[in-house]
Design a protein around this ligand. Structure first.
Ligand SMILES: [Zn+2]
Length: 91
């Protein structure tokens, strides 16, 4: 077989304790993995992404809010929570 094993991170691999809500977000169409510049949570890539320096990843502020809403003690979301307080640029 010519099928090579390539590094393909999955949401489950990144978040071993993934919640169904987060999985549902990630399974939307057109997803881009975080290593490819997509959002850490929803794997979508657009101009609303902000950069999280804690995990070196792009993320949506709205996604941090969404995750915290369903899982207030979510570890990564809590670390990224500081981004919620970042003032919008050009606003
Ligand atoms: Zn997102």
């Amino acid at each position: 077989m010519s099928k090579e094993k390539i590094f393909m991170p999955t949401v489950e691999g990144i978040f071993p304790n993934i919640t169904s809500a987060r999985l549902a977000m990630a399974r939307r169409t057109g997803k881009v993995s975080p290593v490819q510049g997509g959002c850490w949570f929803c794997w979508e890539k657009d101009d609303k992404l902000v950069f999280d320096s804690e995990f070196d990843t792009a993320v949506h502020v709205k996604c941090i809010r969404k995750v915290l809403a369903v899982e207030p003690n979510h570890p990564e979301a809590n670390i990224m929570k500081y981004l919620l307080e970042t003032p919008k640029s050009g606003g």
